[in-house]
Design a protein around this ligand. Sequence first.
Ligand SMILES: [Cu+2]
Length: 131
Amino acid sequence: MKKWVALSALLLAAMLVASGCGGGDKKESSPSPSASQAAGSSAGEAKAITIDATNFKFDPGEITVKQGDEVSITLKNSQGNHALKIEGYDKEVKGNATVKFVADKAGEFKIVCSIFCGKGHEDMVSKLIVQ
Ligand SMILES: [Cu+2]
């Protein structure tokens, strides 16, 4: 029993180390909107966003970028089989792939799942806000 506890603690530590230097594509851990505003809030930045899809939800449910930003959206299918479509931008990405485009139109664009994935399919919505 003691061995098992030690082993799982070791595993946990290893996982923490791995995630610490592994997930370089995630940019959500930067809670400093004031810092970017202070830097001049320039448009045309590269924004890499990962949307996590499960049954039946997109996370995050809202993405905000600036007009002119180079947006790269990666859809990660954590559960089920989903695809993502940005209405108004005519962009689509299937699970575990990335779509890149320039957010040249301002406004709010509905993001929907474009694969019928089951009973909660209609609930799979997110939103792209281009300011
Ligand atoms: Cu769906």
